[in-house]
Design a protein around this ligand. Sequence first.
Ligand SMILES: Nc1ncnc2c1ncn2[C@@H]1O[C@H](COP(=O)(O)OP(=O)(O)O)[C@@H](O)[C@H]1O
Ligand SMILES: [Mg+2]
Length: 276
Amino acid sequence: MIYSNSRTQSDSSTINQQDNTVFDVEGLKVYYGGFLALLDVYIKIPEKQIIAFIGPSGCGKSTLLRCFNRMNDLIPGAKVEGRLNYRDRNIYDPKINSVKLRRQVGMVFQRPNPFPKSIYENIAFGPRANGYKGNFDQLVEDSLRRAAIWDEVKDKLKEKGTALSGGQQQRLCIARAIAMKPDVLLMDEPCSALDPISSRQVEELCLELKQQYTIIMVTHNMQQASRVADLTAFFNTEIDEHGKRRGKLVEFSPTSQIFNSPQTKEAEDYISGRFG
Ligand SMILES: Nc1ncnc2c1ncn2[C@@H]1O[C@H](COP(=O)(O)OP(=O)(O)O)[C@@H](O)[C@H]1O
Ligand SMILES: [Mg+2]
């Protein structure tokens, strides 16, 4: 049903199975101005898995997600402390090129945001701006196929991406991210603006894509996390000494464990309340 490509096999055989950690986060703190929004995060993200971030609103899920490709750099007043290694390099090292990093660690947003250009250009624009020298028709087709939307758009590649349905636009945005040949895809509530059928299509797509990419997905939908994620991180808020709510990572476990036998009372209370 969904296109999968034959390179997957050989790509994975060349990866050192001993070290499958993509991100290794140690003592990460994020501030907005003087406000400590996210407290001392320690987490190791393994490759080619789907990781869900869950928890109540304001607990720092989006804040942490944005650290993985330094999107917080774009927010005035945001400050990150601690270590965040991406494949053994600290991405907060000043020598790291954040534009290049964002090609390797792509992002898909809550609201589908195709460029106001043709479907074809939505895919071709980024690679062209980066000096891609290969066959553009092939790249466009390949990216759209991998995002499971080729059959729906192949006869209207010149039409505007913004004219597609919401679910199609989101898959187009995923295709656009894939065209940059990333290693990791960050998704911040990618289905929250979609109807249930489109959401399930995006979920199916993620399950296909994890053969090749590491996916970190924020979701407020517990059922979605339990359907797609291999591992789930539960975040919560606590009251700081000034009476402000700050976010923290409470538990990071295999998804079946966090839903069936969470190791912390906080996760248990949240999950039983949400599924209750
Ligand atoms: N751009 C920002 N400026 C100031 N505070 C922010 C900003 N973005 C998020 N915050 C604050 O940081 C905390 C975590 O927010 P966020 O990461 O968006 O949580 P979540 O995604 O879990 O809902 C919240 O208290 C929020 O108000
Ligand atoms: Mg958020």
